[in-house]
Design a protein around this ligand. Structure first.
Ligand SMILES: [Zn+2]
Length: 86
């Protein structure tokens, strides 16, 4: 797996590799508001240069996400594999 292209400062994130021009992560931090891991797709090194989605939200929107954010679908697929190994 290649190293991330962009700066990402969360030490609780697991890098999942790149997809197109995104670095993919799954964040293991769990809070009351986000009890399920979060998918993060980063497209730049500035703080706000990312999109995120809770893994709990993904399944009900899977078809739409596959069309509009294929990088997020890829992050979800890889996150399931990565989390299953732990
Ligand atoms: Zn994180």
């Amino acid at each position: 797996m290649t190293a991330p292209r962009y700066v990402h400062d969360c030490t609780d994130c697991v890098y999942l590799g790149e997809h197109e021009h995104y670095d993919l992560y799954v964040c293991k931090v769990r809070t009351l508001m986000a009890p399920i891991p979060t998918l993060i797709t980063r497209f730049g090194s500035d703080g706000p240069d990312y999109t995120s989605m809770s893994m709990i939200v993904f399944p009900e929107h899977a078809e739409l996400v596959a069309i509009s954010m294929p990088h997020m679908s890829e992050a979800y697929r890889r996150a399931l594999v990565a989390l299953a190994k732990r």
